[in-house]
Write a protein that binds this ligand. Structure first.
Ligand SMILES: [Zn+2]
Ligand SMILES: [Zn+2]
Length: 186
């Protein structure tokens, strides 16, 4: 499952590509391009230092000054004829992310199976979480996804009329709002 760089929705199938960025729809692509236009006048070194600064934490979850990045985990539960699933994307330090991924894995193992549909798709959710857990991001280097997220946040703040320095200092706070949940049910 891929995540749209503009709206954060996860989608399957064809993405609309624009350089490094991937969007779920043409509308998100147009809006993303307009937003990123705000960064054109900002020198690359300033953008890089903004990325470094927000990568250094603090973690929204534990509050420690650890390197943070973008992580993902998945949950499903079912009962008789109903099942409900969600994908959570969040910015946290690696140990908080591993704990959340592990908890969501255990949640799927315990709660996923209890409808015919749940029985069929729970193995996929279990494997998504195992893959997420085993995926070794080097915590000292910001991932490409994290870099894109910070750039997009910066652009949003510049678009809202803030000054660059003002936006810099407020980036770590925006990470807390960057918790994106995608839900589905049947
Ligand atoms: Zn989108
Ligand atoms: Zn943490």
């Amino acid at each position: 499952m891929a995540i749209c760089d503009y709206c954060g929705t996860s989608y399957r199938g064809g993405a609309i590509k624009d350089g490094l960025y991937r969007y779920c729809t043409g509308l998100c692509c147009d809006r993303g391009k307009v937003l990123l236009g705000y960064l054109e006048k900002v020198p690359q070194v300033k953008i890089d230092s903004a990325i470094e600064e927000s990568h250094g934490g603090p973690c929204n979850s534990c509050g420690h000054n650890r390197n943070v990045d973008v992580y993902q985990s998945h949950r499903i539960w079912s009962a008789l004829i109903y099942s409900r699933w969600e994908t959570n994307t969040y910015v946290a330090c690696q140990s908080c992310a591993r704990e959340k991924q592990w908890n969501d894995l255990m949640f799927c193992v315990a709660a996923g199976w209890w409808s015919p549909h749940g029985f069929l798709i729970t193995p996929f959710f279990i494997s998504f979480n195992i893959i997420a857990l085993l995926y070794r991001l080097d915590p000292t280097v910001p991932s490409e996804r994290f870099r894109k997220l910070v750039r997009m946040n910066l652009a949003r703040r510049l678009a809202a009329g803030r000054q660059f320095l003002d936006s810099l200092s407020s980036i770590p706070n925006t990470n807390g709002q960057q918790r994106i949940t995608n839900k589905g049910s049947d």
